[in-house]
Design a protein around this ligand. Structure first.
Ligand code: FEO
Length: 170
């Protein structure tokens, strides 16, 4: 049985993952409107992945006999001035999510909730991957700033990203 403190923290985090999904959907739409089809694809896949993260937490709360409480999802920005700005915001956001996951780990420790602590390991590792991927795309985009051909090539590369559902967390 989840403690109420742990359940509340997990529910707050479900909202944060859904907000992340909403943020990346907004980025995808903005990229699409500006003609960056590859970026739009990359962020659309990111949107799906964040929904998966939220779903994994929802499934987990239910598996522990808890109650999922869905709160309103706050508004997200709708426009970014450039691809660099988009990926800068993405990296900052993923770093924030990492802090949130770390906070959940601290709560699980305080509550002596070993099952939740164990479940969170996948998310701790996922955040390392998320930050690393985004940082590397940001570095590449910064390298070609002002060079349309370079940006075109990166956009094309991001267009090749394919969605794959998470498996290791179950
Ligand atoms: Fe669900 Fe991108 O962290």
């Amino acid at each position: 049985m989840l403690s109420s403190k742990m359940q509340n923290a997990l529910n707050a985090h479900i909202n944060a993952e859904l907000w992340s999904a909403y943020l990346y959907l907004s980025m995808s739409l903005d990229a699409s409107a500006k003609g960056y089809k590859g970026l739009a694809n990359w962020f659309m896949i990111q949107f799906r992945e964040e929904q998966d993260h939220a779903q994994l937490f929802m499934d987990y709360v239910l598996a522990r006999g808890g109650q999922v409480a869905l709160a309103p999802i706050a508004e997200v920005p709708t426009q970014w001035e450039s691809p660099v700005a988009m990926f800068r915001d993405t990296l900052a956001h993923e770093q924030k999510v990492t802090e949130l996951i770390n906070g959940l780990c601290r709560t699980a420790d305080e509550e002596k909730d070993y099952a939740t602590a164990n479940k969170l390991v996948w998310f701790v590792n996922e955040q390392v991957e998320e930050e690393d991927n985004v940082r590397s795309i940001l570095d590449q985009i910064k390298m070609v700033e002002g060079n349309n051909m370079g940006l075109y090539m990166i956009d094309k590369e991001l267009g090749a990203r394919v969605y794959s559902a998470p498996t290791a967390a179950q």
